[in-house]
Design a protein around this ligand. Structure first.
Ligand SMILES: NC(=O)c1ccc[n+]([C@@H]2O[C@H](COP(=O)([O-])OP(=O)(O)OC[C@H]3O[C@@H](n4cnc5c(N)ncnc54)[C@H](OP(=O)(O)O)[C@@H]3O)[C@@H](O)[C@H]2O)c1
Length: 356
């Protein structure tokens, strides 16, 4: 198979680095363009991420020279697929420009997530929403496919298999890692030994994005899921991994064993298609009473190319019509770069785009 040339926008950031790791020697995509801010342009990528020493990269990727973050620089590189890890303030206009030029954009930025023509995609949850990308292709030469907020990625993944019991309401409290705020996101002075019970706009994102992702495609539109969502979001001094305490309400009594079986037995198209970044088992149920814990469970997922792509559920309990549990999701992998790469793998396999 001839690999398709790919660009990563915002390559130096916490998400951009994960993109570089995942796309380095990827079977479908060839990393041909890396972009960042003016302070990095013209430097070797290996030099700009010198403080990311643990990143295993080929010499070819490490020696790519960082380009300007402009449509012209991306077009000049010959890239057909674009992975965006830019702040939303920069991503919005540029992603529209690249779509107009016929490129296929897979983005982490929040700018276009609620656009009615843009799929907010998690391949195990709402692959059918890819039909919206086909609608974009009728109107533009390219398309934009977004992935969700990092907490929502985990939440929607566990709610999907539970829809068989009929979802009525979910209460979720998040304990989000500092990496979720980006490279320069939270000052050490503010977060060390602390919990901050506020993340700007996060609770509204959890509510509206989850309802869109679990929604149904009706013609050319998504009809939001009706479940009630009550989120509270906090920042904790953890490096990677968003832990969430979740309580779901159903119309009838449920058993913890029934919920565990629905979660651990769930697979979907990415597993059937054996996509390179798809975990064999997307949801792992931990029996140990004190798990999941971010440092121990954040990299869950088999095979090695899907590390960090599985979510882990633990402390599963039921009480009448409710079940409660903890959930852990890797925010920069499943909740960002890995989710985006899986979206691109699915879109390619479903022939939404090709290299030429
Ligand atoms: N972190 C997460 O867990 C997470 C999860 C889901 C979604 N997201 C979203 O993913 C995106 C990236 O997040 P991140 O955590 O990787 O952020 P980050 O660590 O702050 O990295 C941002 C990247 O964008 C580049 N950049 C910043 N301003 C720029 C400008 N004006 N022009 C060109 N490039 C610019 C930076 O380049 P320099 O390094 O050269 O300055 C850097 O490479 C954001 O939209 C974020 O909301 C993040």
């Amino acid at each position: 198979m001839i690999k398709i040339k790919a660009a990563v926008l915002g390559c130096n950031g916490l998400v951009g680095r994960q993109f570089a790791r995942l796309l380095d020697e990827h079977p479908y995509f060839e990393l041909s363009c890396l972009t960042a801010s003016a302070r990095s342009v013209g430097k070797r990528f290996g030099e700009t991420i010198a403080n990311g020493r643990s990143l295993p990269l080929s010499e070819k990727t490490a020696s790519l020279v960082v380009r300007e973050t402009t449509a012209a620089a991306v077009m000049q590189s010959g890239a057909r697929v674009v992975f965006s890890a830019l702040p939303a303030s920069v991503a919005g206009e540029l992603e529209l420009e690249l779509r107009q030029k016929g490129l296929f954009i897979f983005t982490n930025a929040s700018s276009h997530r609620m656009d009615p023509l843009v799929p907010l995609l998690i391949p195990e949850v709402n692959a059918a929403h890819l039909a919206l990308a086909e609608e974009q292709l009728r109107e533009f030469r390219g398309f934009i496919i977004t992935n969700s907020n990092c907490s929502v990625a985990g939440l929607a993944m566990v709610l999907k298999p539970l829809t068989v019991f009929t979802l009525q309401a979910v209460t979720v409290t998040t304990f989000q890692a500092i990496s979720g705020a980006g490279q320069r996101g939270v000052a050490a002075w503010d977060i060390l030994g602390n919990v901050i019970p506020y993340i700007a706009d996060e609770e509204e994102k959890v509510r509206r994005e989850t309802k869109k992702i679990l929604g149904t495609l009706a013609g050319k539109q998504i009809r939001d899921h009706e479940l009630e969502i009550y989120p509270s979001c906090s920042r904790v001094p953890v490096k990677n991994g968003h832990l969430q305490s979740i309580s779901v309400e159903f119309p009838k009594p449920v058993s913890a064993d029934g919920i565990a079986a629905a979660l651990s037995g769930f697979t979907a198209e990415p597993q059937q298609l054996a996509l390179p970044t798809a975990p064999h088992q997307p949801k792992l149920v931990q029996k140990n009473a004190d798990r999941p814990q971010p440092p121990l469970d954040v990299d869950a997922g088999e095979p090695a190319s899907a590390r960090g792509m599985a979510v882990t559920v633990g402390r599963l309990r039921s009480q009448g019509n409710r079940c409660s549990f903890f959930l852990l999701v890797h925010n920069t992998v499943r909740g960002a770069a890995g989710g985006c790469v899986l979206n691109a793998e699915l879109a390619l396999k479903k022939k939404l785009f090709k290299g030429e």
